[in-house]
Design a protein. Structure first.
Length: 116
């Protein structure tokens, strides 16, 4: 009786193990047009000219001003308006550290929203 139970347990284990090994072969086929997001990604350093050509306002004060302007247009969406306002406050409060990071990366621009 014990031998039969042991053999049937081993048989069940082998069958379940085989199913686990071959299950991916029977899974739904992948779309041939799919790709991995990291496939073929190459990183390279930007040249000085490319760094200087970066457009935008890479200054914490300008980012905070742009976010405050955006928050003013979001009156129909109070939760989003509050979140954008909170982000603007974060940039205003942490401007020294943010601008130091931009300077370290070489992308800090002059403040356009600051009054001289």
């Amino acid at each position: 009786m014990k031998l039969t139970r042991a053999i049937s347990s081993m048989f069940a284990a082998v069958m379940l193990g085989g199913l686990m090994l071959f299950a991916p072969a029977f899974a739904a086929p992948q779309n041939d047009g799919s790709f991995s997001a990291l496939q073929g990604v190459e990183a390279q350093a930007l040249s000085v000219e490319e760094m200087q050509a970066i457009t935008g306002e890479l200054n914490a004060f300008d980012i905070a001003a742009a976010l405050n302007t955006l928050a003013g247009t979001l009156g129909a969406h109070p939760r989003l308006q509050a979140a954008v306002g909170k982000l603007a406050t974060y940039y205003s409060t942490n401007n020294v550290a943010i601008n130091a990071a931009f300077a370290k990366l070489g992308v800090l621009t002059d403040c356009k929203s600051c009054t001289p």
